[in-house]
Design a protein around this ligand. Sequence first.
Ligand SMILES: NC(=O)c1ccc[n+]([C@@H]2O[C@H](COP(=O)([O-])OP(=O)(O)OC[C@H]3O[C@@H](n4cnc5c(N)ncnc54)[C@H](O)[C@@H]3O)[C@@H](O)[C@H]2O)c1
Length: 482
Amino acid sequence: MTIVSRPSSVQSLLGGSIELPVHACGHEPAVEVSPWVGRPGTAGTVAVVGAGKMGLPLCAQFADHGWHVVAVDVQQSVVDAINAGRSHVAEEPGLAELIATAHAGGRLRATTDGAAAARDADVVVLIVPVMLDDEQRPDYRYMDAAVASIGEGLHPGSLVIFETTLPVGDTRGRFLPRLAEASGLTPDVDLFVAFSPERLYSGAALRNLATYAKLVGGVGPASTDRAAAFYDAVLDTEIVAMSSAEAAEFSKLADTTYRDVNIALANEFARYAERAGVDVHEVIAAANSQPYSHIHQPGLGVGGHCIPVYPHFLLSRAPELELVDLSRRTNDGQVGVAIKALQQEFGGLAGVPVLVLGLTYRHGVHELAYSRALPLIERLTHQGAVVSAFDPLLTADETARCCATPWTWGEPGPFRAILTQTADPLFSTLDLAWFPALEVLFDGRDSLRDVELPPTVAYRGIGVPPRPRQSFVPDDAARVTA
Ligand SMILES: NC(=O)c1ccc[n+]([C@@H]2O[C@H](COP(=O)([O-])OP(=O)(O)OC[C@H]3O[C@@H](n4cnc5c(N)ncnc54)[C@H](O)[C@@H]3O)[C@@H](O)[C@H]2O)c1
């Protein structure tokens, strides 16, 4: 698709945009107080329970706004790294510097002792994972343990905020009674409890903290006010006080489920586009130039411990939401689209050496949770393919644990098919001379369409017309038959 003519001053809307402005910090230096009771311009002590990919950027952000931060984690290696002034989260630009500065300034320390941290803190933020069990029901084991660990340390005036995504009703129904019982405090009187969803994107967490609105809903009005005052002190973005914890919980599930349903629609469009002989990416970019159209990108499915998980949180309470269920199944079915395309190319996969590139759920994020690479490898292997794999973020051992033979970048290989599961920019520098037997490139994330392929290699993607290898060009085939 090319733009025919456009005055140079006009910004193109093709493809839509998700870039938002970053808010500059407008806070004066805060006055340290103890206890902290929510007065503007003051800073207290906050404990962050779960110092992982999301928790650690929060520690950095809070310390950078003058708060004393106690990071709590069950992993001793995480605690040791923080206490040495080091970030163990590698993929977050600017995080290492902020952690080093906060630690050197005496505003950040870490411990494995949740109760002691809660005792010292005015605010406790919980950000440990809640995932799914084998039956796709919420698996609370980390959060139950985290809540139990802080209970004894809570004291009059404690504010506890759940940032981990939860099914609707859990802040009040599951966790509030446990916190109240363990502490002997009265909710919304001398124990403040709220839900405030973490909406950050791994790899852009610090930027998103200065961009996205912060939603807050308490178990009562005093809890909402206290939590909103906390975020107003530590964030530079808009703070939105919602009517209840349940409304705030639901807003996160609505936002993420919308994205899953949207991607499922894009995947359905892709299936039809292939049949209609058009490029779905061209169609979507053009459609999204209408400001009310926000169609997402089709691909090999959705991974990570957010988007594929939270629709199930909704379904666990509202199984009647058919569209949500169907979308989940549509997105999970995308692995089958790739397998089918390879089967068409080879007539069967028994004995075919296949290289899968990209094992993490998304490029640039060292996270295998719900990665579509895992069912992809499993199904390829089940079809008889001989699967090797590579991911620039994983070691050979980690790759082997995904049930594929580790391939080393640059090593010649016997592969007849290469299939990309992430859009790592490295893959566009692949030298196809390493693979003399290559017949098919399957571009699972639409990131390699500009790579020049030898005529003997077919290009397949999702929702794009196939580019056959030369020996199968229909004209040639017709000549042979004639
Ligand atoms: N990763 C994302 O992209 C993302 C985006 C938005 C929101 N979130 C939310 O953040 C939550 C956490 O995600 P993450 O990516 O930071 O996870 P993570 O796995 O990177 O980190 C979780 C940390 O919690 C620690 N932990 C586990 N149980 C604990 C306990 N009982 N006490 C103290 N520490 C404990 C772990 O050791 C780990 O360091 C998710 O469940 C989700 O609700 C994540």
